[in-house]
Design a binder for this molecule. Structure first.
Ligand SMILES: Cc1ncc(COP(=O)(O)O)c(C=O)c1O
Length: 418
C-alpha cells in the first residue's frame, strides 16, 4: 500500500487485514457467533496469567465493567489523570462516580508524588494510564493505593506489550483494560479487554456476568467497523491528491464510518452502543493482528530510537522519556507553538498527531459535564499546549522518519528566523 505519512489513518492496517475484513463482510452469520472472542480472551488470560479476561466492544466499555464489578458507583470518587481522552473519565461518570483529576509527571502519567493530595474518604480507585506506551511509575502508585486501601486499575489502552523491568504492564494492579481502537497498539477498529489479576479484590464472576448480560452491538455498527479497513485501503494511496480526502469525507458524512468518540460523549453522555459485547467479527480481525504485536512494537521502538538519536541536537524540543520497556505508540515531543507545527506539516502532506491538545481531549469536551475544575495541573497544561506526536506505526520506514525529522528541523529554522 502506498500511504502518505499519516499518524491516524488506520495505521495498523495491512493487506491481510483488508482481505480478512472483506471475507468477514460476506459471512454475516459469523458476525456475532463463532469462536474468535473466546480465542482472544484466552490469549489475554495466558499472556497476563490472569484470573479472568473479559472482552467488550471498546476500552471504555471494559473500564465501565471493571468499575461495576468493583462495586464503584454514586458517592464514590475515582482518580484519573489530566491529559487524557474523554473516553477515560466518561465511564467513571457513567458509573455514577465522580472523576478526580491528578496532575502528571515527565512520563506524562500520574505523578505519584502529587497523588495523595487528591485522595479523600470517598476515593475508591485510581486509574493509571501508561500514556503513549511509556509505563507510569506504578510501583510508587501501588504503594499509595495499598496504604489507602484503594483499587488500582491500569489503563493499558496505549501500552500492550510495554514492560517495567521485564514485567508486563497490566500485571501490577487489581485490574487492567486494553483498547483495540483504530489508532491503538493493535486494532479491530473498536474493541477492548478487561483483565482481572490473580490476587485482585475485584469479583471476576461479577465481571463475567456483567458481560454476559450485554447485547451485541447492532449489525450496522459491526458493518461500519468492517468497512473501515476497506475504505482506508482505497483512500490512502489517493489521500494526498484531493480525491482521497473527499472520498473519506463522504464516507463519514454517509455514516458508513464511525468516529472514535461520539459527539454526545463530549457532554459525558453514554452512546447506546456502549457497553456491549465484543462481536465475533471484530475478534476475527484482532486474531490477525495479535501475532503481529511483537513485530509492531519492535518497529515502534526502532523508529523511536531513530528519532531520539536524530532529534537530540535540535534546539527547542523536549523529547519523551527514554525507558527500555516503553513501546512508543506515538513519539511525543514538546515544542513551542505545537499547533503551528501541525499546520505546517499538514501543508507539506504529513499528518502528525495531536493527542492531547486539550487537557481532556478532544476539542469541545464539556469540562462541567466531566467534572473537571480548573486547578494547578501545571504539567498537564504544558503537555496539552506543547505536545506533537510523531508517527512510529508499522508502515513508517526510516526514510519516512527522515522526512519527519527534516520537517521538524526546517520548522525550527523558520521559527528561529522569524
Ligand atoms: C488513554 C486511553 N484510555 C482509554 C481509551 C478508551 O479506549 P476505547 O477507545 O477502546 O474505548 C482511550 C482511547 O480512546 C485512551 O486514549
Amino acid at each position: 500500500m502506498i500511504r502518505p505519512i499519516a499518524i491516524s489513518l488506520s495505521p495498523n492496517t495491512g493487506i491481510d487485514d483488508v482481505l480478512a475484513a472483506l471475507k468477514i463482510i460476506f459471512s454475516p452469520l459469523s458476525w456475532t457467533h463463532g469462536s474468535a472472542v473466546e480465542k482472544v480472551e484466552n490469549w489475554f488470560n495466558r499472556r497476563f496469567k490472569a484470573k479472568i479476561s473479559v472482552s467488550f466492544n471498546s476500552g471504555r466499555s471494559a473500564l465501565l465493567a471493571i468499575l461495576s464489578a468493583a462495586g464503584i458507583g454514586p458517592g464514590d470518587e475515582v482518580i484519573v489523570q489530566a491529559f487524557t481522552c474523554v473516553a477515560v473519565p466518561d465511564p467513571v461518570v457513567w458509573s455514577g462516580a465522580k472523576p478526580i483529576y491528578a496532575d502528571i509527571d515527565d512520563s506524562l502519567n500520574i505523578d505519584p508524588y502529587l497523588l495523595e493530595q487528591y485522595i479523600t474518604s470517598k476515593t475508591k480507585a485510581i486509574v493509571v494510564q501508561h500514556t503513549f506506551g511509556i509505563p507510569a511509575n506504578i510501583v510508587e502508585i501501588k504503594k499509595i493505593a495499598q496504604k489507602h486501601k484503594l483499587i488500582l486499575i491500569e489503563d493499558c489502552a496505549h501500552s500492550l506489550g510495554a514492560t517495567i523491568e521485564n514485567r508486563e504492564v497490566g500485571t501490577f494492579a487489581d485490574a487492567a483494560f486494553f483498547s483495540f481502537g483504530r489508532d491503538k497498539v493493535i486494532s479491530s477498529i473498536f474493541g477492548g479487554m478487561a483483565v482481572i489479576n490473580k490476587h485482585s479484590k475485584i469479583d471476576s464472576i461479577k465481571l463475567k456476568h456483567y458481560q454476559m448480560k450485554l447485547p451485541n452491538p447492532s449489525i450496522f455498527w459491526i458493518f461500519q467497523q468492517l468497512l473501515h479497513p476497506l475504505v482506508f485501503f482505497i483512500v490512502l494511496p489517493i489521500y494526498n491528491i484531493y480525491i482521497g480526502k473527499i472520498l473519506l469525507y463522504l464516507f463519514q458524512r454517509l455514516h458508513l464510518l464511525s468516529f472514535p468518540v461520539y459527539s454526545c460523549e463530549k457532554k459525558a453522555k453514554k452512546p447506546s452502543v456502549f457497553p456491549a459485547k465484543y462481536p465475533n467479527a471484530l475478534a476475527r480481525l484482532l486474531l490477525i493482528q495479535l501475532p503481529k504485536l511483537e513485530k509492531f512494537n519492535n518497529h515502534r521502538k526502532e523508529i523511536a530510537y531513530y528519532y531520539f538519536s536524530s532529534l537530540k541536537e535540535v534546539k527547542g524540543l523536549i523529547l519523551p522519556q527514554k525507558t527500555s520497556g516503553a513501546i512508543y505508540l506515538r513519539f511525543n515531543i514538546f515544542i513551542n507553538k505545537a499547533s503551528d507545527l501541525l499546520t505546517y506539516a499538514k501543508r507539506e502532506g504529513i499528518l502528525l498527531g495531536n493527542w492531547y491538545h486539550h487537557i481532556i481531549d478532544p476539542y469541545g469536551v464539556s469540562m462541567e459535564a466531566i467534572g473537571f475544575r480548573e486547578g494547578k495541573y501545571s504539567k498537564a497544561k504544558l503537555a496539552a499546549r506543547e505536545s506533537v506526536n510523531l508517527p512510529t506505526y508499522q508502515a513508517m520506514s526510516i526514510n519516512q522518519a527522515d522526512k519527519v525529522i527534516e520537517l521538524i528541523k526546517q520548522y525550527g529554522n523558520k521559527s528561529v528566523g522569524k
